[in-house]
Design a protein. Sequence first.
Length: 270
Amino acid sequence: MIVDYHMHLRDRHGNEPGGRYRLDRLERHVEQARQTGVDEIGISDHGYHFRQLEPVFDLPWMKERWGDDLDEYFATIEEGKRLGLPVKLGLEVDFLPARTADVAALLEPYPWDYLLGSVHFVDGRSVDMDPGFADEAGWRAYFAALAEAASSGLFDVLSHPDLVKFFGRRPEPHVVDELHETAAAAIARADVCVEVSAAGLHKPVGEIYPDASLLRRCRELDVPITLASDAHEPDHVGRDVDRAAAHARAAGYDTVTVFDTRRRRQEPLG
């Protein structure tokens, strides 16, 4: 089985009839998935876009992107399910350490299939917009935040788990090895999944997330995986997910995680 559990339904332009979260757009995502050999997709738009979550996602960069309706998003995906489309209801949720309980309370009313946890900001600095973050201190701060996100109990999957390599900068190899070792151990203790994401192939680093060494460590500790394209347009659904699956197989994985109402099961990796 091949899944793609990280993609964005949101129409960033919002000029077409029906709003940003439209059934016809969801159907386009499903059709593209079929063409790329993906069996099931999960929609996981950014939580900070939704006005219901504004009380917690209040960093200045996020405030500029507020205003969408979480109920509209939910209703579109639920309608897709009712029509028999192979879709799951997810959300990509930024990890803000001081707001975890508040985020959980605001998300609780919705029947999520899974929640993705992303570390995009550490101490107010952007991991993937600030090249200066990727020094040794930044790497250590990032992986400390990733471990904290894993143990928070809020997330089912950690998205692009070594996002800090976004710009292709790394500290000394022994530091990277140390951080990969401790991260894999923390993720295993927390019993959450890691995402194997093809998105990094289209970023400055030009590599799949996570690094092969980190993924092998996760496999040794029986950390389960999902697969992802991180598509922001329908045409990118499933993009290079076959390469992500091959990356996972090379690390020793032969199953992929499938979610339903935050319960997971393992299926043979296609």
